[in-house]
Structures are given as structure tokens and as C-alpha cells.
Design a protein around this ligand. Sequence first.
Ligand code: ADP
Length: 238
Amino acid sequence: MLVGKKVEKVFDKFKALDEIDIEIQPGTAMALIGPSGAGKSTLIRALSLIDPPTRGEIDIDGVIYRYPSIKGDRPPIPWPRITVVFQQLFLWPHLTLRENIELPISQIGIQDCWDRAKELIELFELKDYLSRLPYQASIGQRQRVAIVRALALRPKYLLLDEVTSALDVEQVSRLVECINRLRNEGSGVVIVTHLLGFARLVADYFMFIDRGQCVEKARITTLDNPVQERVREFVSFV
Ligand code: ADP
């Protein structure tokens, strides 16, 4: 299980996350929903230890990291167990799209991942573009490469931060298929999204965050009739 306990993140004097409690069970998916600037990406970075919390605890399958850390040492890198895709994608600019997908797989060297990559390249119709460098590809192609690169690793926890902006509806539905497959294989998934339809298709739970605080956490079906007025108001606009 991936657990964040009383996760707090402070930038200078600004509290971006305020005692957030979150649990991602293997085989389930959680949608993080809320207005822009609420703290969703900050929470993804904290859970993946890319930018650890100021205070609180991250528990990755029983290995617990407490903050502030006593030694202030460099955070551990729980990759590929926890794999993140950010909206900004971060492809290696000097490598072709194929190399971008293959380099991480070659690091972990699991045959299943090579097979999965081949399937995903077909599914997301990337075959004809693989020899291009990222700058020669459209945003949508790059977004699909970043998604394929992460999915192919079959991570125990997959965290997706607004990765559908350049996908068309068919590609979103293929992503839904892939996330559900990964979930059925026992992975835990977190998605940050403004697309409530997408959240409803893949998530078991949602957490609504506003100004760094958890406003409501419930089964995804509750999104049709949220308890908190703030959440009601938000979903009525989407
Ligand atoms: P969301 O993903 O919900 O749009 P973010 O997590 O990106 O929100 O940001 C939450 C708040 O924290 C925002 O006010 C943002 O400006 C601030 N913030 C995020 N990262 C940093 C940073 N590295 N330094 C200072 N402030 C930051």
C-alpha cells in the first residue's frame, strides 16, 4: 500500500499541503480533483518522494519515510515501483521516441515490459514516429510516448498528473483500458484530472483538494452527489 500520513508541504511560508491523509491500495485507483493551484501536483511529488513532504510520513509498502528527515539526506528513489507521468512529460530531448521508451526498460530488464511496450506502441499508434526526436513529434505523440514509457514498466504505483490534455477521445478510452488492466494486475493508480468522465471510468475513489486541504474523500460514485458544498459547486461547473 502507498500511504501518506499528515502530509504537509511548505514553500517558504506558504502551506501548499496541510495534513493530507491518503491511502492507495494495490488494485485500486484514486482521482485527485480540485481547482488549479489546490496542491494536487505537489501531493503527487510528495507521494513519489520526488519532492518529499516538509512534515508527515510516506509509507511505501511498509517502508516508512518520516519528515523532516533526521539527517536531511537525499530522498530515496522508489522508481520504477512508483512511476510518475507529468503534464510537462520530460522526454529526453537527445533520444528518439523509441529510445525514450526503451531506455528505462533496459534499466530494469524485465521481458514482460518489452512485450508490454510493443503492445502499447501498437495500441497508441506510435510505430510510424518512433525514429523521431521529441522536438519532431506533436505534443499528442509526445504525450502518448510518456504514457507508454510509464505503462510499459508495469509499476506497482502509477501516478498520472494531467496527462490527457493532448489526447483525443479514442486515445483517452485506450488509456482507460490500460489503467484498468494495470489495476486488475494489482497496481495502485493515482490520476490528477479535470475530466470527471475520465475519473469516473478509472477511479474507485476521489479526493477533492482545495487550498492544500482534503475537503472530501469518498467512493467515486459519490461524485454524483457530493456531501460537501464546495465539491458540489465544483462538479456543477465541469
Ligand atoms: P495543482 O496541481 O492543484 O494545480 P500545485 O500542486 O501545482 O497545484 O500547486 C499548489 C500551490 O503550491 C500553488 O500555489 C503553487 O504556486 C505552489 N507551489 C507548487 N510548487 C511550488 C514550488 N516548487 N515553490 C513554490 N511554490 C510552489
